[in-house]
Structure formats: structure tokens, C-alpha cells
Design a protein around this ligand. Structure first.
Ligand SMILES: Cc1ncc(COP(=O)(O)O)c(C=O)c1O
Length: 419
């Protein structure tokens, strides 16, 4: 018999209300299937399947061997901040001072820090539904109020100036967007972003622009809102070494701050994490060199080929995605022809075919049951096989069958051009 003093768990209300990432359930089930010997095609995971570049490993190792394993300043390794400032100048025609750049443990930390710097309890945060799920949880943790605006393929699943104006109300302190976005891979054009920033400045509201999929764009140049001159002082840019740079596990991101937020962000960082991982910062310094960027560009081209192959395979199977993603590595697919319960659809698909994809529920409420996210973070052969399996699954489950001929075609996209 235990003689431990009894204890009743007493978790905070706010933490108890934190929602899980439902894709983790799919991932756990996929692992069980794999362990039982079944082959699984992973299209649920939101990270590049490539390992980080060998030159990154070497640079981080060398730094560690030289004893560079201590804390860096909270704002980040000065050489890395300087290199990032040059990076903006060289690739985005943006005049960014290294003083305005803060290095963080993943962009996840940058997002939390920025929201902590801005939100009082009850302040409203506007974002799109669907959108990156963790942002909603960050706002909840800070006792902010969420204003999730339903968006569809008609606005590329993005907020725009008209939607801001139409949904504007007192108390909105922050608007958050991502371009390219997760889960849709869609982009907000620069003139639209600038117009949104200016409207928000007039309302005295902040604009958080998440550019973490910057660089992973197809048939168009990579851009940054920071390339616009005369940007108002309300714009905060979030970025990361996770996606284009392929360094998810190194936990390194950054943000570009307006002058008046530097001091508060430094103080928050000093208290909340002290400094981003030092070996990771040395690795990141190396990944910004020309030869590494060239290797990453080759990977970007592979993602583009995969996107095209995925869409081609979907077309062959008579599926009609309503939008072609312009970036990231996701396709947000309206499966309302086949199901009104995308969570069940994903669970059954996994069990019956071994194809793992993510239900819309992870990204919001609006039409979540009619959408799934496909991540093309696996090779073309597997993507093609996955679409064949999805097609077979749909045909086997007669309930999903409905008339397809009346569906609208692809929006603004000539499929012939990319195959
Ligand atoms: C839109 C978006 N922002 C931020 C993040 C957080 O990434 P990290 O903390 O690895 O930089 C993710 C991760 O998937 C994301 O999709």
C-alpha cells in the first residue's frame, strides 16, 4: 500500500481548455498501423521530409566543439541578426536593421511573445477560419477574444481588405495572417497586404504577418511585406528556419519588430526563454550562405514538382480541387462531395488504405467537416499511389458517391501549364 500523501490534480481552467492537435491522433494511429506491418503514406505531417543540410550539422558541431555552447544575448546571436538583415536586403529589397530582428526558439515562441506584448485580457484578435491552429490557443492563453472570420476558396481562404472592413468592430487590437498559409498554401498579394496594413494602422491595430513559408512558393518570386517602403509601424513579421530552411527540429525562428516593440520583446524573452539554442543559431548562420541557399532552392523545386504531380493525379482521378496552392506544401481539399464528416473520412481512409491525411477540424470550424489537408511532404511515387488509394476508397464507399459533373472547375488555373 502506498503511503504517498493524497493529492487532487488542479489544472488551470485556461490550460484545461487547450485543444489538442487532432492530426496527432491520426499520426498515432498511423504509427500503430505501421508497427503492425501495414504500409502508411504520410501526408498528414506539416514538415519537410528532407533532413536539414549537412553543412548545418557541421557548423553546429564546430561551434559546439569550440565551446560556443553558452547563452547568446536574448535578442539572438549578433552575427545571425546581421546576416538576416542582409538576407532581407539581398532577396526582398527590404531595408531591415539587425536591431529590429529578434531570434526565437521557433517562430512558435515569436508568436507567443508578440501576442504577450500586445494583448490585454478581452482584446480581440481577428484571424481567418481556417488558419494555423496554435494561434487560436495562444490568444486563449492570454485571455484574448478570438474573432475567426470564415473564409472560402472565393478569397483564396485568406482575409483581405474588404473582409477586414466588413467585419470590423471595436476592440480589435491585432489581425493575424499567414502568406503562404497553413492549411491552404495560398498567398495574399503584396498590394493587398499593404492596403490591409494601412487600414489597420488607421484603426490603431497591429498586423502580424506570418511569412514562415516564405521561399516555398511556386511559379512566382518569394516576397516579404517588408519589401514595401513606408510600411506603417503596426506591422510585425514572423519567420522561421523550420520550413524553407528545413530545420524544424533545431527550433529556430525570428521576428522583425517595429522600433517601439524591441525593448518589451527583449524583456519578455529574457524572462521566458533567455535565448534561442546556441548551436542552432550557428547552424542557421551557415544555412544563409549562398551554397546552402542553392541546395534549398533545389528542394523548393522538388516541392513544386510534387505539387504538380499531386494535382495531376487528382485530375486523373476526376477530383476537382477548387484551388491550386501557390506555396507551402499543403493542399486544402473540399471533400463535401464524399462526406460531411471529414474526421471520420480521414480515420476510415487511414484504416482501409494506409493513407494518412489531416481533417479540417484542426484548422477551425468553418466548413471544417467538409475539408481535409493533404501535405505533399513525401515523394511523387507515394503521392500518386495515395491519390489512387483515395480514389479506390471513395469508390468502395458508395455513400460518398454523388454527381460530380456540376462541380466548378479550378479557379484561375490552367492545369495543362504545369504538367
Ligand atoms: C503558419 C505557421 N506558423 C508558425 C508555425 C510554427 O513553426 P515553428 O515553431 O517550427 O517555427 C507553423 C508550423 O507548422 C505554421 O504552419
Amino acid at each position: 500500500m502506498s503511503n504517498k500523501t493524497p493529492f487532487s490534480p488542479n489544472i488551470s481552467t485556461i490550460a484545461s481548455a487547450i485543444q489538442p492537435f487532432h492530426v496527432m491522433k491520426i499520426l498515432a494511429e498511423a504509427k500503430i498501423l505501421e508497427a503492425s506491418g501495414k504500409e502508411v503514406i504520410h501526408m498528414e505531417i506539416g514538415e519537410p521530409d528532407f533532413a536539414s543540410l549537412p553543412c548545418v550539422h557541421q557548423a553546429a558541431n564546430e561551434a559546439a566543439e569550440q565551446g560556443l555552447t553558452h547563452y547568446t544575448p536574448t535578442m539572438g546571436l549578433p552575427a545571425l541578426r546581421e546576416k538576416l538583415a542582409d538576407f532581407y536586403g539581398d532577396f526582398y529589397q527590404a531595408n531591415v536593421s539587425q536591431n529590429n530582428i529578434m531570434i526565437t526558439p521557433g517562430s512558435s515562441t515569436a508568436l507567443q511573445l508578440v501576442l504577450t506584448a500586445l494583448l490585454n485580457p478581452g482584446d480581440k484578435v481577428m484571424l481567418a477560419d481556417p488558419a494555423y491552429p496554435c494561434n487560436r490557443q495562444f490568444v486563449n492563453l492570454l485571455h484574448g477574444e478570438l474573432l475567426a472570420i470564415p473564409v472560402s476558396h472565393e478569397t483564396q481562404y485568406q482575409l483581405n481588405l474588404d473582409l477586414l472592413k466588413a467585419n470590423w468592430q471595436a476592440g480589435i487590437k491585432v489581425v493575424m495572417v499567414a502568406s503562404p498559409a497553413n492549411p491552404t498554401g495560398t498567398i495574399i498579394e503584396q498590394n493587398e497586404l499593404l492596403a490591409m496594413a494601412e487600414f489597420l494602422a488607421e484603426q490603431n491595430a497591429y498586423f502580424i504577418v506570418d511569412e514562415i513559408y516564405q521561399g516555398l512558393v511556386y511559379e512566382r518570386p518569394a516576397e516579404s511585406i517588408l519589401g514595401n517602403v513606408n510600411l506603417p509601424e503596426n506591422v510585425i513579421v514572423i519567420n522561421s528556419f523550420s520550413k524553407f530552411f528545413g530545420m524544424t527540429g533545431w527550433r529556430l525562428g525570428w521576428c522583425v519588430l517595429p522600433e517601439h516593440l524591441i525593448s518589451v520583446m527583449d524583456r519578455l524573452g529574457q524572462n521566458l526563454f533567455l535565448a534561442a539554442p546556441t548551436p542552432s543559431q550557428y547552424g542557421a548562420l551557415r544555412v544563409l550562405e549562398q551554397d546552402a541557399l542553392q541546395a534549398l532552392e533545389a528542394r523548393r523545386a522538388i516541392f513544386e514538382q510534387r505539387r504538380n504531380a499531386l494535382i495531376n493525379a487528382m485530375q486523373q482521378a476526376s477530383f476537382t480541387p477548387k484551388l491550386i496552392p501557390q506555396g507551402a506544401f499543403y493542399l486544402y481539399w473540399d471533400v463535401s462531395e464524399y462526406t460531411d464528416n471529414s474526421e471520420q473520412f480521414c480515420a476510415d481512409l487511414l484504416q482501409q488504405t494506409g493513407v494518412a491525411i489531416t481533417p479540417g477540424r484542426d484548422f477551425g470550424d468553418y466548413q471544417a467537416k467538409q475539408h481535409v489537408r493533404l501535405a505533399y511532404t513525401t515523394d511523387i511515387e507515394k503521392l500518386t499511389l495515395a491519390v489512387q488509394k483515395i480514389s479506390g476508397f471513395i469508390h468502395q464507399n458508395a455513400d460518398f458517391e454523388t454527381v460530380k459533373s456540376n462541380l466548378p472547375g479550378l479557379v484561375g488555373f490552367d492545369i495543362q501549364g504545369i504538367i
